[in-house]
Design a protein around this ligand. Structure first.
Ligand code: ZN
Length: 172
């Protein structure tokens, strides 16, 4: 267990030991603290703060609706990009469309299929990533969560991919 304010110091200040009494008996391997509000999130137990947008466990993403919508729009766009005969030409076209639709270039830059949708989500939405945790034993694994204060940028990115898709392939 890491006591944030004492990190790096070995002094044993006896008064500080009571600071975490509230969860002194809680196992330290079942979740992580939200970087935004400090709430201890235990997603496996369904106990989370309202900033949590995705939970990754052994590389499987359990998304919230805002993440799932983003991932679907991003996947459609990156699929279109990966199927393009000339990828450079596709990117040039998409950049031109993004400009004419007043969308950020980053949508195209991160639209590449080699990226993982969650990484792109974090970049484009400005999400905070938790420090992660590990559970040992035969049923163990490791994971982390992704948190957002506001869905505004995530929703804007989702809408942006949808607008690009509609402009590139109106028949969709
Ligand atoms: Zn929180």
């Amino acid at each position: 267990m890491v006591a944030g304010n004492d990190a790096g110091f070995d002094d044993d200040d006896d008064d500080d030991d009571d600071a975490e009494a509230g969860r002194a008996d809680a196992p330290d391997d079942d979740g992580e603290s939200c970087p935004l509000c400090g709430y201890f999130n235990a997603p496996a137990a369904g106990d989370t703060c309202n900033h949590l947008r995705a939970w990754v466990w052994d590389d499987v993403v359990e998304g919230s609706p805002v993440y799932d919508e983003f991932a679907a729009a991003w996947s459609d766009f990156s699929e279109l990009a990966s199927n393009a005969e000339d990828v450079a030409e596709f990117a040039d076209n998409a950049l031109g469309l993004a400009e004419s639709l007043s969308l950020p270039d980053a949508l195209v830059a991160y639209g590449h299929w080699e990226n993982a949708p969650l990484d792109v989500f974090v970049e484009l939405s400005g999400a905070a990533v938790g420090e992660g945790w590990t559970v040992s034993g035969p049923l163990g694994g490791s994971g982390y969560c992704v948190y957002l204060e506001s869905d505004e940028r995530a929703d804007a990115a989702t809408d942006g991919y949808r607008a690009l898709l509609a402009a590139i392939d109106p028949g969709r």
